[in-house]
Design a protein around this ligand. Structure first.
Ligand SMILES: NC(=O)c1ccc[n+]([C@@H]2O[C@H](COP(=O)([O-])OP(=O)(O)OC[C@H]3O[C@@H](n4cnc5c(N)ncnc54)[C@H](OP(=O)(O)O)[C@@H]3O)[C@@H](O)[C@H]2O)c1
Length: 260
């Protein structure tokens, strides 16, 4: 593919578990060009050396200041404190953003949405980029038409910083909305254990029966297709924050209340 037709991409968190899987897939995709990579602890190192691929000449940098290109899609899988400033910096350059980082406060999310609206950039801020999580949410929405009692159990690796997970918060919000109850009345249980990657069960109970909708991620490549689809489409989302993966994967099937 002609270089001019490629979408330029900068990945923040490329040395991490998820950003690493995403970064490698971007590097391998013919229509995308990985032209920058951010890491705090590994800044100054060569990404090619880190990945054992001497054909990659990208130098890891600690911030966007060292990346002097007119436009890119910023993909962020880091942590919420540093991410917010970085996202504002990208938006102010009129870059589009694809954000997997979770744990933002409600205020941070509002500020981000306002800045996206003001500048008209495209923004996909999605708590879970895996196909299975999105389908599980749709199934749970359907089940909540028939069951009233429900609890969410999520489990992640011991190093996960936020609790409950962003995915569980979105699920509780959806269930609250579907059951016409405040989201905080949906119990969410969080496990943080070695041996886990990312798991979630939505368990409905009724007289003499239970229904479980369960999704397990065993490998971070589960997120890659969703992220790459978002990178390819984010520019057309200009001026609003999309938080429903369905708006990317299957706009016709996604729910209107998730289109903000
Ligand atoms: N939306 C989704 O589908 C999805 C899926 C999985 C994970 N996540 C979220 O993605 C985030 C990362 O998760 P993970 O498990 O991949 O974490 P991780 O393995 O700990 O990786 C964190 C990454 O962030 C980088 N980083 C940390 N602080 C930074 C800073 N100030 N500036 C630049 N880079 C910085 C780290 O780089 P150095 O250590 O090299 O400095 C590392 O590359 C979490 O918020 C997690 O909840 C979302």
């Amino acid at each position: 593919m002609d270089k001019l037709e490629q979408i330029p991409v900068v990945v923040a968190g490329v040395t991490g578990k998820t950003g690493g899987a995403v970064g490698r897939a971007i590097q391998a995709a013919a229509d995308l060009e990985l032209l920058g990579a951010l890491s705090l602890r590994h800044a100054g190192m060569s990404l090619g050396m880190l990945w054992g691929d001497p054909t990659i000449s990208i130098q890891l940098t600690a911030s966007l200041d060292q990346i002097d290109v007119p436009y890119a899609v910023l993909v962020d899988f880091t942590e919420p404190e540093s991410a917010l400033d970085r996202l504002f910096q990208a938006i102010d350059r009129h870059w589009d953003i694809v954000v997997g980082t979770t744990g933002f406060s409600a205020r941070a999310r509002q500020m981000l949405a306002a800045r996206v609206e003001d500048t008209g950039v495209g923004a996909a801020v999605i708590a879970n980029f895996s196909l299975g999580a999105w389908v599980a949410e749709r199934l749970a929405r359907e089940a909540s038409r028939y069951f009233e009692a429900v609890e969410v159990v999520e489990g992640h690796h011991a190093g996960k910083k936020d609790r409950p997970s962003g995915t569980a918060k979105v699920m509780a919000g959806m269930l609250g909305e579907a059951l016409k109850r405040p989201a905080d009345t949906i119990p969410v249980h969080s496990l943080r254990l070695p041996g886990m990657v990312a798991h979630q069960a939505v368990i409905f109970g009724a007289q003499g029966q239970m229904l479980s909708i369960r999704h397990d991620v065993h490998d971070r490549t589960a997120y890659v297709d969703g992220v790459l689809a978002a990178v390819r489409q984010v520019h057309r989302l200009g001026g609003r924050v999309v938080s429903d993966l369905g708006q990317i994967l299957d706009p016709a099937a996604s729910h209107p209340e998730h289109q903000s």
